[in-house]
Design a protein around this ligand. Sequence first.
Ligand SMILES: Cc1cc2nc3c(=O)[nH]c(=O)nc-3n(C[C@H](O)[C@H](O)[C@H](O)COP(=O)(O)O)c2cc1C
Length: 173
Amino acid sequence: MKKSISPRPFVAAMPVVLVAVKNDENINFATHGMYGQLCNEPPLIYISVIKNHLTAKMINNANTFSINIPNSQLLEKIKFCGNVTGIEKDKSQTFDVFYGENDVPMISECPVNMNCKVYKIIDTKDMFVFIGQVVEMYSDEECLASDQVIATKVDPLLCTIQGKFFKMGIEIE
Ligand SMILES: Cc1cc2nc3c(=O)[nH]c(=O)nc-3n(C[C@H](O)[C@H](O)[C@H](O)COP(=O)(O)O)c2cc1C
């Protein structure tokens, strides 16, 4: 028997990423689950950011940001960056950073990093959907095979809308 429920997007699990952005000398980090791949050529990704978050304001200023894929060892910092807004507390010392093109900070502790420039912004009622073009990418060498990132070597996290965190599941085929 089916029950009708109020319409909202459902995804079983969202990838956990850390978004880093810099305005002048100020760096902010925030945890994001609404992240995805759009196409390969050009290499486009998206993040959806609630309009009043510091991340949204800073990306609108900088026109650049980075996507950093954390591993499960970073769970406490992931929760901190996902529960505390940079409007109220300086999160800039949470991670070590290195810089890519256009002075974009990327998180050293994260195995995979993508330096993005804003390609397009979709303005929805409560969120800005930032479509980013990946202009540079880095990976820890131990996560690579033939220059491709191997997800299981990254040890990435997934999260659900209920706020639960998961490690990647078991390969079945
Ligand atoms: C697992 C997880 C996923 C999240 N995903 C998003 C997201 O996709 N978009 C968003 O706007 N906020 C998301 N948040 C909430 C923000 O990380 C949180 O509100 C943060 O304090 C915003 O920081 P800022 O104001 O410094 O940008 C998520 C939080 C957690 C813990």
